[in-house]
Design a protein around this ligand. Structure first.
Ligand SMILES: Cc1cc2nc3c(=O)[nH]c(=O)nc-3n(C[C@H](O)[C@H](O)[C@H](O)COP(=O)(O)OP(=O)(O)OC[C@H]3O[C@@H](n4cnc5c(N)ncnc54)[C@H](O)[C@@H]3O)c2cc1C
Length: 484
């Protein structure tokens, strides 16, 4: 039976790819007539690149843009070096979100998934066997029957509302304006932060134009009101205290620091991912990345559920794992937004945090937190190995007579059992675990390793502390299903 995915943004496309890899039929619908020309995000971070690596497609993205080796936590004058992170990708990739989406759409097309543009989800009924979804298009309304509905339909998610899922959080305390415009005199406004008479103006270079971001001093009551170029020019000039001549505008919009999170990521046969599940201040530029992260965690669990071999409660671990991860994103970005306020009362806090961030351990903690590199999930089995619950490193391996890697072996998105010493294995769920025996020269202490399809370490045995076979059986029963 099909999974219907509402929304062809980063979350929906990544989820569609994950489901297709697992052999689940998937249909993606999007209410837009085609991909939006407006580009919101410009970054992929280390965690996203690690996950894309484990599907064999990171190279397509890395070929597209520059690698930036620092980010910003709170103070633009104190860049946060990313080289301290424990990852294969200690940088941010500069790549337009629209290009990320195009590349993902190409990938899912290779896997046989087509996006149906111009199709909007407007209604939902759930029963014990599936969902009936109303989809409106130029051809009228149709009722689509599916096993599950995935709401990847952005911050104002219709699916979330139709499923009656709450979206509590903190309302906007500021309003920002964003303009993608041409600067008549490029020297009139330098890249980076310019402190004006009434506030700061942030300028990001783009090919042929610039992105200007500033705080709107008196936003209108109706925040959905369109932003006009004349209005933006006035606010910019008032903020700077001088006139900057702007040329044509490509995109003008408003954003806020509202932070909200769905109270359930799974409601019966409805699941949420990406902005549909959480919104947060734009600090740190992580939204696309968190959307991909949600989708990779959800994909294999939803697939196993639809195909009927998921262990009890597997799908609800999506909420159990990604809700706290989302809450951390909200906390971090809210902290960044607060620290970014133009309030001299915050100066002592900024200065103290800046000093702390000079400490190597704090720097690494902040960098790995902001980029998701330190993401860990409860492995649900005892053990204190540092890899347990985290994304396993991309180990270089020799298996089946050839050189390979963890990332390459995970590309089919299937559970992976690697053994490095002769050991008797418990009975494995037939055909559902890829088993490879080989060598890992970089880690001669490794005995065996069980990885979930998303690359997280479900079980590990090493020579100094070998794990008894029952613990592997327990890990298999938790994540893959025990029956043979
Ligand atoms: C100004 C700005 C700058 C940003 N910069 C960055 C950045 O640099 N880096 C970063 O990582 N993130 C950035 N973000 C955040 C990022 O854009 C979002 O977090 C990301 O797009 C979320 O992806 P998504 O797939 O969850 O949702 P979306 O990208 O919003 O996709 C949702 C899709 O669902 C469709 N849809 C909506 N309703 C329906 C319906 N009823 N039926 C069918 N389809 C529907 C929409 O048309 C849309 O295509 C930025 C956001 C903003 C606003």
């Amino acid at each position: 039976m099909t999974v219907l995915v509402a929304g062809a943004g980063p979350a929906g496309l990544m989820l569609a790819g994950e489901l297709a890899l697992a052999g689940v039929e998937v249909t993606v619908v999007d209410r837009l007539a085609g991909r939006s020309a407006f580009c919101r995000g410009f970054t992929l971070n280390a965690r996203s690149l690690e996950l894309l690596d484990r599907r064999g497609i990171a190279g397509r993205f890395l070929a597209e843009g520059p690698l930036v080796t620092h980010n910003m936590f709170a103070d633009p004058r104190r860049p946060l070096e990313l080289g301290v992170m424990r990852t294969d990708h200690p940088y941010v990739l500069g790549i337009a979100q629209t290009r990320v989406e195009e590349l993902l759409e190409q990938w899912v097309a290779e896997l046989g998934v087509r996006v149906r543009w111009g199709c909007e989800v407007t209604g939902l009924d759930q029963d014990g066997d599936g969902v009936t979804v109303t989809v409106r298009s130029g051809d009228g309304e149709e009722r689509v029957r599916a096993s599950h509905l995935a709401g990847c339909d952005g911050s104002r998610s219709t699916v979330r509302k139709l499923a009656g899922i709450g979206f509590p959080g903190t309302p906007a305390t500021m309003s920002g304006l964003l303009a993608d415009v041409e600067l008549v005199d490029p020297a009139a406004l330098p890249y980076g932060v310019t402190e004006g008479e009434r506030g700061a103006v942030f300028v990001i270079p783009r090919p042929g134009y610039v992105r200007i971001v500033l705080t709107e001093p008196s936003p209108p009551g109706d925040r959905d009101q369109p932003v006009g170029l004349a209005y933006f020019r006035r606010v910019l000039d008032e903020t700077l205290g001088r006139t900057v001549v702007l040329g044509a505008a490509r995109w003008l919009t408003r954003f806020s620091d509202a932070a909200r999170q769905a109270d359930r990521y799974v409601a019966g046969r409805v699941v949420l991912a990406g902005d549909a599940a959480h919104i947060h201040p734009p600090a740190g530029a992580v939204g696309v990345n968190v959307a991909l992260d949600d989708a990779v965690n959800l994909g294999w669990k939803l697939a196993a559920t639809v195909l009927g071999h998921a262990p009890d409660g597997l799908l609800s671990t999506y909420h159990d794992e990604r809700h706290p991860a989302g809450a951390r994103v909200l906390r971090t970005t809210r902290a960044q937004a607060i620290l970014g306020r133009r309030d001299p009362g915050l100066d002592p806090l900024r200065s103290l945090l800046g000093e702390l961030a000079e400490l190597p351990a704090v720097r690494r903690h902040l960098a790995e937190l902001m980029t998701g590199v330190s993401t860990r999930y409860d492995p649900k089995i005892p053990g204190d190995h540092p890899w347990l619950g985290g994304l396993a490193p991309n180990l270089k391996l020799f298996t089946d007579g050839r050189a390979t890697s963890v990332a390459e072996l995970l590309a089919p998105a299937r559970p992976l059992l690697l053994t490095f010493t002769p050991r008797s294995l418990p009975a494995l769920p037939t055909g559902r675990v890829d088993v490879h025996h080989g060598r890992c020269p970089g880690h001669p202490d490794l005995e065996a390793l069980l990885l979930r399809p998303d690359g997280h370490t479900a079980w590990i045995s090493t020579k100094p502390s070998p794990q008894p076979p029952e613990t592997l059986t327990a890990a298999l029963a938790t994540w893959i299903g025990a029956e043979i």
